[in-house]
Design a protein around this ligand. Structure first.
Ligand SMILES: Nc1nc2c(ncn2[C@@H]2O[C@H](COP(=O)(O)OP(=O)(O)OP(=O)(O)O)[C@@H](O)[C@H]2O)c(=O)[nH]1
Ligand SMILES: [Mg+2]
Length: 235
């Protein structure tokens, strides 16, 4: 079984050591899981050779599209990917090789029954403080936003979604670290079923982890209150 068509979104910020490998991995898995596909590299204002390396591979990979924007942070990068995607299904993951893209294959059989298929990290290969922040986010989201508790791993960057249904919850009001929180909440409130599948997670071996600096966390706090307002207005 294959998907009719798939856009795979890869946000990249200073991923010169990872970008070629992730493009190769994405192309290989796309060939297995989709009849037609596009690979979208969202180069989020990288200061290194990410763009040069990715653009240099467009000859070898005709399905590869490199989109460059000024740095907007993780949320702004995947949002750009969602806006640029054109295929029936959308899958996004990180470009730092912390996931095995081949595991997308195990999601495909569920695509006839579910429009949202989300990975959860069976065992997170992250530092203690990152895992603690994720646990705190869950409690925070529950108390302030009424976030559903059955979602195992809010921010797992391994999600497959049917684009038409995903677009029905747009526009997204946040563009920072709470982007997953926002769209999961909206999907849940619309009554969609979400299938969750365990995926493996590996330590980052190259490049710099910057996903949890103080600026990112402060923005997430501001975004929570923006989200609360949005939810209240939709009641
Ligand atoms: N940190 C960061 N990542 C970005 C940005 N824009 C896009 N990304 C990409 O978003 C993905 C996730 O970023 P990571 O820094 O790996 O964040 P994380 O996986 O939550 O945590 P660590 O790997 O521990 O930092 C990667 O593919 C990045 O290249 C940005 O402005 N900052
Ligand atoms: Mg990472």
């Amino acid at each position: 079984m294959k998907l009719t068509s798939l856009s795979i979104i890869l946000p990249c910020y200073n991923e010169e050591e990872n970008v070629e490998k992730v493009i190769r991995a994405a192309d290989a898995v796309c060939q297995k899981v989709a009849e037609d596909y596009e690979i979208l590299i969202i180069n989020d204002g990288s200061k290194d050779r990410t763009e040069e390396i990715a653009s240099g591979l467009t000859g070898e990979f005709p399905k590869l599209v490199v989109i460059t924007q000024a740095n907007k942070g993780y949320g702004g990068a995947i949002k750009k990917g969602f806006e640029s995607a054109s295929k029936d299904w959308v899958f996004f993951t990180d470009s730092d090789l912390q996931f095995d893209l081949n595991e997308l294959e195990s999601f495909i059989p569920y695509s006839s029954e579910y429009n949202f298929i989300f990975g959860y990290r069976i065992k997170r290969a992250d530092k203690f403080h990152r895992i603690l922040i994720a646990k705190m986010l869950k409690v925070w989201n529950r108390i302030l936003l009424g976030f559903p508790l059955y979602i195992k791993d809010i921010d797992c960057a391994f999600k497959l979604m049917k684009r038409e249904d995903f677009l029905s919850i747009f526009p997204l009001v946040v563009d920072g670290g709470l982007i997953n929180t926002e769209f999961i909440l909206k999907i849940h409130r619309k009554g969609y079923k979400i299938k969750q599948i365990g995926v493996h997670h590996y330590p980052r071996v190259a490049g710099n982890p910057t996903g949890s600096n103080v600026g990112v966390i402060m923005k997430a706090v501001r975004e929570t209150f923006k989200l609360r307002k949005m939810l209240a207005s939709q009641k």
